[in-house]
Design a binder for this molecule. Structure first.
Ligand code: EPU
Length: 420
């Protein structure tokens, strides 16, 4: 398992090209299953999750070619069954279920199970399929949805923590080929959902109200092939903005979209960090001293849970008391004990973490537990004195395109130690 060796204390300066968004490209790749015609997806990040989604599509019968940052998928003939060994490796693979149900009227997919950040149920996905007339059966670890006739209808997808991103994506991808009109209430408004809708529209689907909590979908008989360019990854952009602030450098985030990052830019501003538009790019740097702040994660357009861990690393460097409240995933604080190994003083109180910031951080070996926790440890390591070894960076490779290469280009002393 590879690790990163980081010699901290170097302010990061320069440009970083923001890649396509992981959480947009995965459901978009799944949506190619909705047509027998070829599709082309551009600005695809080089991630193990993308390669893995490609393998799932191939397993289902599609031809997949990854050519640099372009992916070609041709799902001429597909089957509707995905095994445990496929689904368990990437929880996001549940988003193949909607397109399979839409196209084949039957989908059998292994239940994905929980993951380190929480239980991650799929009850809302199943509620959506049932609202379209599907019969749901759960047996021997598999969920089967069958609908000889899929019929559009109203559905409410609000859950304990608000809307569901992939649940909304699944509902959309089944409803585009259902008979009649589907209205999704409490639909997720994330830019990644909007990007999926853009791809579906290019395939011939009829959607309105996209990006608002009420989405209307009028089913069509069939969809055709389409080309699409994926939006910039707002979480990657936020991660590099925080790395600029943590190391007291200045980073130009090339291609980052300010209009997808209002909550992050606003909170960083409160924390003493400027993220400003410069032409087509954003530039991130400190604006004087770092200031303690409080952050609550919420569905879009609130502060994203996927930036919570990175923000905590910044708070650990900020003198004073900062508070983070995690409202989306119940156990997304695995990075706290690892940040403590670097010298951070953080207490967990229910869904909140109280960060007593400003204590000097010093390098140590730490263990990455999930994708965003790993990013937080890298940020802390970049700002810490001495050497930090972040183990298990395969988590990072799932969701950050060439993070070590991009950091080195910004002047960071980061070395990847490859282990077989
Ligand atoms: N939830 C339910 N029932 C469901 C589905 C979700 O109760 O059927 C709950 C979840 O347990 C959670 C909340 O609803 O409390 C929101 O979960 P959501 O369904 O929105 O998450 P997701 O769609 O499975 C995507 C991203 C995550 C990101 C979340 C929230 C992908 C592939 N994954 O997951 O990304 O954290 O939305 O924004 O799009 C990451 O990139 O590091 C990552 C984990």
């Amino acid at each position: 398992m590879d690790s990163f060796l980081i010699k901290g204390g170097v302010p990061l300066h320069g440009d970083v090209e923001i890649s396509g968004a992981k959480n947009a490209v995965l459901p978009i790749m799944a949506a190619t299953l909705l047509t027998a015609e070829p599709c082309v997806i551009r600005r695809v990040p080089n991630l193990s999750d993308v390669r893995f989604m490609g393998e799932i599509l191939e397993w289902l019968g599609a031809k997949v070619k990854i050519d640099g940052d372009t992916v070609h998928v041709h799902a001429r003939k597909i089957k509707g069954h995905a095994d445990y060994d496929l689904v368990r490796k990437m929880r996001g693979s549940i988003c193949i279920m909607g397109p399979l149900l839409g196209r084949l009227r039957k989908a059998t997919v292994s239940l994905p199970g929980g993951c380190i950040i929480g239980a991650r149920p799929i009850n809302l996905h199943l509620k959506a399929f049932a609202a379209l007339g599907a019969k749901i059966k759960i047996e021997s670890g598999y969920v089967e949805a069958t609908a000889p006739r899929l019929a559009g209808g109203p559905m409410f997808l609000g859950g304990r923590a608000g809307s569901t991103v992939l649940g909304t994506a699944n509902a959309m991808m089944a409803a585009v080929l259902a008979d009649g009109v589907t209205i999704i209430e409490s639909a997720a408004c994330e830019p990644e959902v909007v990007d999926l809708a853009k791809f579906l529209t290019a395939m011939g689907a009829k959607l309105s109200g996209v990006g608002s909590p009420t989405m209307t979908i009028t089913g069509v008989k069939e969809l055709h092939g389409a080309e699409h360019e994926v939006i910039a990854d707002r979480i990657e952009a936020a991660t590099f903005a925080i790395a600029a602030a943590a190391t007291n450098g200045e980073i130009t985030l090339k291609g980052a979209r300010a209009d997808h990052m209002h909550a992050v830019i606003d909170k960083l501003h409160d924390a003493g960090v400027l993220v400003e538009r410069r032409g087509a790019n954003l530039v991130a740097r400190r604006n004087g001293k770092l200031k303690p702040t409080d952050v609550t994660t919420l569905p879009y357009s609130g502060f994203p849970t996927d930036v919570q861990a990175q923000m905590m690393a910044l708070m650990a460097l900020t003198p004073g008391i900062s508070i983070i409240t995690e409202r989306i995933f119940e156990s997304r604080f695995m990075h706290v004990s690892e940040l403590a190994r670097l010298g951070a003083d953080i207490e967990i109180e229910g869904p909140s973490a109280i960060v007593k910031g400003g204590k000097p951080l010093s390098g140590a070996p730490v263990m990455a537990s999930d994708l965003r926790a790993s990013a937080a440890l890298v940020i802390a390591g970049l700002a810490a004195k001495g050497t930090t070894q972040v183990n298990r960076v395969y988590h990072l490779d799932r969701g950050y395109d060439n993070m070590d290469g991009k950091l080195r280009k910004l002047g960071a002393r980061v070395q990847r130690i490859e282990e077989s």
